[in-house]
Design a protein around this ligand. Structure first.
Ligand code: GRF
Length: 204
């Protein structure tokens, strides 16, 4: 284990194909970091299996298992600190990030969103809902946005975007698949850049 590498925790809720892309990029050297923890809000997330297969520690975080939400949040933060996590990458994580965590990791939490924010973001805009709305609105393009996470859903500083054309015969599923391919390419790159200090962040 290389002690000088940045340590990342990846938060997931589902399939974890972005998690896999990040893991693969750490192996190929495109992402100069170590994924040391995968957090999921549900034990059903397939991404947990991907983590286990790679020997990465997993943690299922369910606030209802604790006596209060505050205590749950403290427990999560304590685990991140214990594991010396430097960055948090949200990869399809469907729960709100506690404010205490956002404060502790200001400008070091990143999210990936399958549309061109600030359009098609915010509460309830995730997964197929995003692509259905994009198509219903007859948008000519959609894409990927990677942004820093602050206290508002999908509103933090945008780090990178990639556009994907919406074709007349695109269904939400087809569009999602095209966008996912771009997500897998972009996420490792952006995290690597962020770790290397390549972004100018407004509130710093
Ligand atoms: C991706 O489309 C990502 O943009 C969004 O949730 C999806 C997660 O997919 N936030 P996966 O679990 O990484 O396959």
């Amino acid at each position: 284990m290389d002690k000088s590498k940045a340590k990342i925790a990846v938060f997931i809720s589902g399939s974890g194909t972005n998690l896999q892309a990040l893991i693969d990029a750490t192996k190929s050297g495109h992402l100069d970091a170590e994924i040391v923890l995968v957090v999921s809000n549900t034990k059903k997330a397939f991404g947990l299996k991907r983590a286990e297969k790679e020997g990465i520690e997993t943690f299922v975080f369910q606030p209802k298992e604790y006596s209060s939400r505050e205590i749950a949040n403290e427990k999560l933060l304590a685990l991140l600190k214990e594991r010396k996590i430097d960055y948090i990458a949200l990869a399809g994580y469907l729960k709100l990030i506690p404010t205490s965590l956002i404060k502790a990791y200001r400008n070091r939490i990143v999210n990936i969103h399958p549309a061109l924010l600030p359009k098609y973001g915010g509460k309830g805009m995730y997964g197929h809902f995003v692509h259905e709305t994009v198509i219903a609105n007859q948008e000519k393009e959609s894409g990927v946005t990677i942004h820093l996470v602050d206290e508002q859903y999908d509103r933090g500083n945008i780090l990178e975007q990639v556009k994907v054309p919406v074709l007349p015969d695109d269904t939400p599923e087809k569009l999602a698949a095209k966008i996912l391919v771009q997500e897998h390419k972009l996420y490792p790159k952006v995290l690597d850049n962020l770790i290397k200090g390549k972004y100018k962040i407004n509130n710093e």
